[in-house]
Design a protein around this ligand. Structure first.
Ligand SMILES: *Cc1c(COP(=O)(O)O)cnc(C)c1O
Length: 487
């Protein structure tokens, strides 16, 4: 029995269904193209889902970043945007929303999450520093390293287990934290970073109990805590479901409690408020002053931070809506439904279900594809061919090549299927599950990939690959034999 999965609505059959608690008022046409067209599209895109055109995609599950549905109130708010270089009323509305939702008075606007990481890293990290955290995010690590810091991931033993019932796989291991500070010395630990709904290990939350334990250690050494709140809404939701102390708390109280434990909170609004943009906030005037001057230098004046005033208005409304359970539970509800259905079908998937997406374990799905032939990349390509659904490879393609010419093999080979907030319907979700199931039954037909054009930096974005054999054609032939038509 999974602890605290989002509650669907009970049908008379006994089944719990994550019924949509919103209605659709603006729609966008999708394209479910014939399988031959999809095969051509993935070939043209070098078997890399980043290089597909959305005109060829049915369900775009690449990411939840900047792809969430906005509410009617968010769209309406954009019309009152106040264009001003300095002192825009839009900014003051966003500032008030941040104060209300996160409980932090001093606000710095930035153009997106990684820009907050640039400002924080430049301000607080010096060469030789080590930054303890539950897990890194790609842009976090890059900014810390560019400033001479090194990240230290001190997750618990549960974190990387595919099958688990642990409610808080995003927790920090307290003993590892103590050992790390003892080893490097307080002067080399500028802050401890906690990432809500830890993105790269499957959107897994931490508990407030764990935050408090981290706080205790931080206080013993006089170290500050920084919260990456990009996925904080879902983490708060999981806390309400899974941490007894907060079962009757409002989401707003939980958000305030989480933020109250940390000196600095930053976020990507591409996720948390379903818009674009980002921000940093704190109640500590000294910390604010240390960071403040970098904002006009890298982002823009202090009342827009590189964002359009329209986005700022929508952010303000979106942040307030993050305190609404019916808003933040929708995406975790669909993910939970998907993960449970896939699990029932025997398809290897990360459990318990987390935030932002379902994560399929490609190493178990395709045990016959060696890791140096990129099983997660192959699975992403195969799923696109058989369904038009686009996921993201999170495995060795996203890793690097070592100086000796070998791949640095990733810890896990995952196919991530993101659920942008309030974008897809249940029948679309069922379509995805059905095609994944068909693919699982025919998995021996899927082969590996090889690079044909490999960029030196961040190769997963623009790299081009090819199938190691004619397996894509064989897969298409079997699909046509089974489905009779070509969709
Ligand atoms: C997306 C994300 C970021 C970076 O935000 P951008 O807006 O994409 O720059 C940082 N941290 C986490 C946890 C994220 O999910």
């Amino acid at each position: 029995m999974d602890q605290g999965s989002p509650k669907g609505i009970k049908f008379s059959s006994g089944e719990e269904i994550p019924v949509e608690l919103h209605k659709v008022r603006i729609v966008q046409k999708l394209h479910l193209k014939p399988i031959d067209d999809r095969l051509n599209a993935i070939k043209k895109g070098g078997f890399n889902t980043f290089l597909l055109n959305t005109a060829d995609i049915f369900l775009d599950m690449l990411t939840d970043s900047g792809t969430n549905a906005m509410s009617d109130n968010q769209l309406a708010s954009m019309h009152q945007a106040d264009d001003a270089y300095a002192g825009s009323q839009s900014f003051y509305r966003m500032e008030a929303a941040i104060q209300e939702v996160f409980g932090k008075e001093l606000v710095l606007p930035v153009h997106q999450g990684r820009a907050a990481e640039n400002v924080i890293s430049k301000t607080f990290i010096k060469a030789g520093d080590v930054i303890p955290m539950n897990y890194h995010f790609t842009t976090t690590k890059a900014h810390m390293e560019i400033n001479g810091g090194e990240i230290a991931e001190i997750f618990t033993d549960e974190a990387l287990k595919i099958k688990s019932h642990h409610p808080f796989k995003g927790n920090i291991d307290i003993q590892k934290l103590k050992d790390l500070i003892a080893k490097y010395g307080r002067q080399n630990v500028p802050f401890i970073r906690m990432e809500a709904s830890t993105n790269l290990i499957g959107g897994q939350p931490f508990s407030i109990e764990n935050m408090r334990e981290v706080r205790k250690v931080a206080d013993e050494h006089g170290i500050m805590m920084v919260l990456d709140a990009s996925l904080i809404g879902e983490n708060a939701w999981f806390i309400k479901q899974r941490e007894a102390e907060f079962a009757t708390s409002s989401i707003k109280e939980i958000l305030r409690t989480m933020c109250g434990i940390c000196e600095i909170v930053y976020f990507s609004s591409r996720k948390v408020s379903s818009t674009r943009g980002g921000g940093i906030c704190t109640n500590d005037h000294d910390l604010y002053m240390k960071m403040r001057d970098l904002v006009p230098l890298y982002e823009g004046f202090l009342t827009y931070g590189g964002m359009s005033v329209r986005e700022i208005e929508a952010m303000a409304v979106g942040l307030i809506e993050t305190t609404d359970e019916t808003v933040i539970s929708q995406s975790p509800g669909f993910i939970d439904y998907t993960v449970k259905e896939l699990d029932k079908l025997g398809i290897p998937v990360i459990t318990p279900a987390g935030a932002l997406g379902a994560h399929v374990d490609a190493m178990q799905f395709l045990p016959h594809v060696p890791q140096k032939e990129y099983p997660a990349g192959a699975l992403a390509a195969a799923l696109f061919i058989v369904s038009g659904c686009r996921g993201m490879e999170r495995g060795t393609v996203s890793s690097v090549r070592l100086e000796n010419g070998e791949d640095l093999l990733a810890d896990m080979e995952l196919l991530r299927l993101a659920f942008p907030r309030r974008v897809f319907t249940l029948s679309q979700t069922k379509f995805l599950i059905d095609r994944l199931h068909w693919l699982y039954k025919n998995r021996e037909l899927v082969g590996g990939l090889k690079f044909v054009d490999e960029p030196k930096v961040l190769r997963f974005f623009m790299g081009r690959l090819d199938a190691v054999s004619d397996w894509p054609e064989k897969l298409v032939a079997k699909f046509k034999a089974d489905f009779g038509d070509s969709l």
